[in-house]
Design a binder for this molecule. Structure first.
Ligand SMILES: Nc1nc2c(c(=O)[nH]1)N[C@H]1C(S)=C(S)[C@@H](COP(=O)(O)OP(=O)(O)OC[C@H]3O[C@@H](n4cnc5c(N)ncnc54)[C@H](O)[C@@H]3O)O[C@H]1N2
Ligand code: MOO
Length: 487
């Protein structure tokens, strides 16, 4: 037994404890799921599976589901790129390699929250600008903006955002101030322009402002050194804005792995209605965006038909970190994935998984070092492969801290999956894990109809896939959930 196999056996033991406890099914007969009559398709992944209770000829080389996820996580951890500092404008979509700390207090200085007057002490107040109240606040008299007429600097327009170090405000005085401007020392409050009026060289408030009113104190949002976001956070537009406000020019990020999608199958149509025995390609439009949601940078989605040579060439030439194929994983006459991998001398890390749907899924390492996830062609089986193999691989590859890598020889990639109570019984497979589309409903999850391997109708309405252990799960049983990235 190799180190990896031993690790997987340990992970499997953990998975049994973690994913299967208390969820033994009491379902008998009928293949009922969520209280609905099963469709013929859902029986394919029902209690007998397509090969009956004895399992498939491939069963021996197939991995248990937790062990397959652990192997994928290890593969991803091995390809985590070193953190790199990139300019803000290039950081979008990557993950923070370290916690985002504030490089400054925010606000960096006491700031006016409103346009109005900075006032000192109780009113009425005498404006610093002798002409305040004799003209509109926004008036700018040409030639006087710099205060060269003898008025104190900053008094004609008041204090503007961007002005540095305004002079102290003496008790009983007021000065016009703009939103975002620095508060002069001695200020006790900001009086909004609509709350005050200057008459006879006196500023009067129609209601006395409370001490500190409309002043944003320095450090209100954060102090320099505060942790704003944890490492591993995806860099979104809002994160870019926060990072800029907090003083960052470059961000340390773990770059997204580059992924390429190869869609296999001569029967696939890129547009229009199914016709002449051909069907629409449902995976081309789905897999790339799904990988993006899982943290990959998808460089291309290519349809290769059932051309063995084109597949061989594409795998040999790829510059991606991760190649994801769809279809062609089984042993039909035009299922070219295994032969291409053999021909290239690729290493099969996972060759089939004891999971329904999707058991022919596979994970390999190409001679170039790229990983390949082979998704089965049945569309829900492909989703199962995405969440069983691609998700743990990408999560580990984009983890913020190397310490998050599963150490070799340990129960690697052990999941900490959320759990929820099933609001309907789900019949299990005798030996395989089932992944069943469910929708959150109050505190529980309701199994959805149309969950056959060839169907997307259930998953398109789902918020998660429930992990149903071998044997099934009764109503009320707690099951683990694989959340969908957008739910
Ligand atoms: N003798 C056996 N036959 C099959 C087994 C088996 O164990 N023994 N497993 C079945 C299961 S389960 C699955 S899943 C599929 C996996 O097969 P492939 O990965 O080789 O997929 P294909 O044969 O290429 O296609 C299967 C099915 O899916 C449709 N498909 C493929 N790609 C797409 C796409 N992009 N969009 C929409 N539909 C797609 C394809 O037309 C087929 O109907 O093998 C079973 N057979
Ligand atoms: O049932 Mo297959 O497992 O559709 O992948």
């Amino acid at each position: 037994m190799s180190g990896d196999e031993l690790a997987d056996a340990l992970a499997l033991a953990d998975g049994r404890d973690g994913t299967r406890g208390g969820a033994r099914g009491t379902a008998h007969g009928g293949g009922r799921s969520g209280g609905h009559e099963p469709s013929p398709d859902s029986r394919e992944s029902g209690p007998q599976g397509p090969h009956g209770p004895q399992g498939s000829r491939d069963g021996a080389r197939h991995r248990d589901w937790p062990a397959a996820r652990a192997a994928a996580a290890r593969a991803g951890a091995g390809r985590r790129s070193e953190p790199a500092a990139v300019p803000l404008e290039e950081a979008l979509g990557h993950r923070l390699a370290a916690p985002l700390t504030a490089l400054t207090d925010l606000p960096a200085f006491d700031t006016s929250a409103m346009d109005g007057w900075a006032v000192s002490g109780p009113g009425p107040w005498e404006p610093l600008d002798p002409e305040d109240g004799t003209r509109d606040a926004g008036d700018t008299a040409p030639g006087t903006a710099d205060g060269t007429d003898g008025t104190a600097p900053g008094t004609r327009h008041g204090i503007l955002a961007g002005d540095d170090r305004p002079a102290p405000l003496p008790d009983g005085r007021a000065v016009r101030i703009a939103t975002g401007a620095r508060i002069p020392p001695g200020t006790t409050a900001v009086l909004r322009s609509e709350y005050g009026e200057v008459r006879d060289r006196r500023l009067r408030a129609n209601a006395a402002p409370q001490h500190g009113a409309d002043i944003r104190p320095r450090g209100q949002e954060c102090r320099a050194g505060d942790h704003l976001l944890p490492g591993g956070t995806p860099v979104t537009p809002a994160v870019l804005g926060l990072a800029a406000a907090a003083g960052w020019d470059e961000l340390p990020v773990v770059r997204r792995p580059r992924a390429e999608v190869l869609v296999l199958g001569d029967e696939l149509l890129a547009s229009g209605l199914p016709s002449g025995g051909r069907v629409r390609d449902a995976l081309g439009p789905m897999v790339g965006p799904w990988l993006t949601a899982l943290g990959a940078e998808v460089t291309a989605t290519r349809r290769l038909g059932d051309d063995a040579g084109a597949l061989y060439a594409a795998l040999g030439e790829t510059t991606a970190d991760l190649v994801v194929t769809t279809g062609g994983t089984a042993s039909g006459p035009v299922d070219h994935v295994h032969p291409a991998l053999r021909g290239l001398g690729a290493e099969l890390l996972v060759d089939g998984v004891r999971v329904r749907p999707g058991h022919p899924m596979l994970l390999a390492r190409l001679p170039s070092g790229a990983h390949l996830v082979g998704l089965p062609g049945n569309p829900l089986a492909a989703v199962s492969g995405l969440l069983t193999l691609a998700e743990p691989l990408l999560r580990a590859a984009t983890a913020a801290e190397p310490s998050a890598r599963p150490p070799a020889g340990s129960p690697a990639g052990r999941d900490t999956l959320p759990t929820a109570a099933l609001l309907g019984e789900v019949q299990g497979h005798p030996r395989d894990t089932r992944l069943v589309p469910v929708v959150q409903d109050g505190g529980g999850v309701r199994p959805l109809r149309f969950s056959g391997p060839a169907m997307l109708r259930g998953i398109a309405a789902a918020t998660a896939l429930a992990v149903v252990p071998p044997g099934g799960a009764a109503t009320g049983a707690g099951v683990h959930l694989l959340r969908l990235p957008w739910a």
